[in-house]
Design a protein around this ligand. Structure first.
Ligand SMILES: [Zn+2]
Length: 477
């Protein structure tokens, strides 16, 4: 397979190892990608941080000294998917939605993780969703479609990267559901497959694939939302994954490393138009950033942190038609579960033999979302909820809402519409948008990230900072 590289060729990069340039390039690079994290998501989380948590300081990412915005359109659409956007952010090439690590004509393109790995950097690729998902996959895989999980898994094995982590691998079974050779293939490449952070810390292996401790079937491709996982101790979470990866890279590659950290659940909450869950995911992502920032403070001259998003999901906004010139984000604290989890509960209720009544459901809405006690649900909203309840649970005639990751019954959709309305959270749709995404940077080389960029420029700027100019001048793009 012909491999095109936006940056220096891997072979040349290997000849110029980082050690020769240690004094003037960042040795430690953190690349944070909030999947679906549009400008509105960050601002909603900051509004919550300011008005509800009453923190005088803005979110850590907003305190970074350098900020900018990025355009995200793909080769096939003004509205990108995560595969094309991941490819742009990892290789500097635009591609067609759905394609991963290849150009529109299927030529493989080199990720900056690979270039840096060949130059001597240890590499960690971690996410709060599946490690074979589009965003992490863009840093090691080349496939014509993002759903080719078996091939993506094999290429993870072949990458040589030191640490890969996420919820669960999806390519380990064939179409009949029988285990295939992927697990063995990973092991044959020296990858220790561990479950949970403690097992990762205890592993002597140079190469680790860390998966969640408890991959419940329904959560196989994600570690669960922050808002839900509070009740599941032992589960991985993004700050823990980030810290575990950092500890591992410091052990096996103390002189230089590159880490990509994806906040994958932000996108899932966005697809569901689940405002409270999205805000809590942004705060969780911000905590993962704090792990890297702590490291930066200890290694200020040698560390670069870049934060961006692959695209905006849902066009989230502070303010909507219902609240007018206001928003009441404190109401999201009454929310005890995500929309996905609530939809699951509804499905269980629909399957159960028990005859639920509207009064039962009212109690549940009060308990899980504070309806009528904390949230001032008005008569019109109550009537609409009751009608959708009847349609979904009694007539069994729900007009379902299908999104990329879930199907929500009409009642669930109405519950969350009421929640968003009362809290003052607006949404454009349940898909991605072509909105700008934010870019933040701190540390060595950060100034290059100020201003307006296309997403394809971001990996180029990271390599510009990391690799020496002689190699780059010798191989102009
Ligand atoms: Zn998405």
């Amino acid at each position: 397979m012909k491999i095109i590289s936006r940056a220096v060729s891997a072979i040349i990069a290997a000849a110029f190892t980082f050690s020769a340039y240690a004094d003037n390039t960042p040795k430690y690079i953190f690349y944070f990608i909030g999947d679906g994290m549009g400008m509105g998501h960050v601002l909603a989380a900051q509004t919550y941080n300011r008005m509800v948590l009453r923190n005088a300081d803005p979110l850590l990412m907003m305190q970074f000294p350098v900020a900018g915005v990025a355009t995200t359109y793909s080769a096939s659409s003004p509205v990108t998917d995560s595969a094309a956007a991941g490819t742009a952010l990892s290789t500097g090439y635009k591609t067609v939605n759905g394609m991963l690590g290849v150009t529109p004509d299927s030529a493989a393109v080199t990720s900056i993780a690979k270039t840096l790995h060949d130059a001597g950097y240890g590499v960690g690729i971690v996410t709060s969703v599946a490690p074979d998902d589009a965003t992490p996959g863009a840093f090691y895989a080349h496939v014509p479609h993002r759903s080719m999980f078996y091939q993506i898994g094999r290429q993870a094995a072949e990458s040589g990267y030191e640490f890969i982590a996420g919820a669960g691998l999806r390519g380990t079974k064939d179409k009949q559901g029988n285990p295939n050779d992927l697990t063995d293939y990973l092991r044959s490449h020296g990858v220790d497959i561990v479950r949970g952070a403690e097992a990762a810390a205890a592993s002597p292996s140079r190469r680790i694939l860390m998966l969640n401790t408890d991959s419940l079937p329904d959560h196989l491709n994600e570690i669960g939302y922050t808002i839900d996982s509070i009740t599941e101790p032992g589960n991985l979470n993004l700050p823990l994954i980030t810290r575990t990866a950092l500890n591992h890279l410091q052990r096996v590659s103390p002189d230089a490393f590159f880490m990509m950290v994806e906040g994958g659940n932000i996108d899932h909450a966005g697809h569901g138009n689940d405002g409270g869950t999205a805000i809590k995911e942004i705060l969780n992502f911000n905590e993962a950033i704090a792990v890297a920032y702590e490291f930066l403070l200890q290694h200020p001259d040698e560390t670069l942190i870049v934060i961006t998003a692959d695209h905006d999901t849902g066009g989230m906004a502070v303010g909507n038609a219902f609240t007018g010139y206001n928003a009441f984000l404190h109401y999201i604290d009454a929310q005890r579960m995500s929309k996905d989890r609530f939809a699951e509960e509804c499905r269980a209720m629909l399957r159960s033999r028990r005859n639920y009544t509207w009064d039962d459901m009212r109690d549940l809405l009060t308990e899980k979302f504070g309806f009528w006690t904390i949230l001032p649900v008005n008569e019109k909203q109550t009537e609409s909820l009751r009608q959708k309840y009847e349609k979904t649970f009694e007539l069994r005639n729900s007009d379902d809402q299908r999104t990329l990751y879930n199907t929500f019954n009409e009642f669930t959709v109405e519950v969350f519409r009421v929640l968003n309305d009362i809290a003052g959270i607006g949404w454009v749709d349940t898909n991605h948008t072509g909105n700008y995404v934010p870019v933040y940077a701190a540390g060595h080389g950060a100034s290059a990230f100020a201003g307006i960029h296309d997403n394809t420029q971001i990996p180029v700027l990271i390599l510009d900072a990391a690799l020496p100019s002689p190699a780059r001048l010798a191989f102009p793009d």
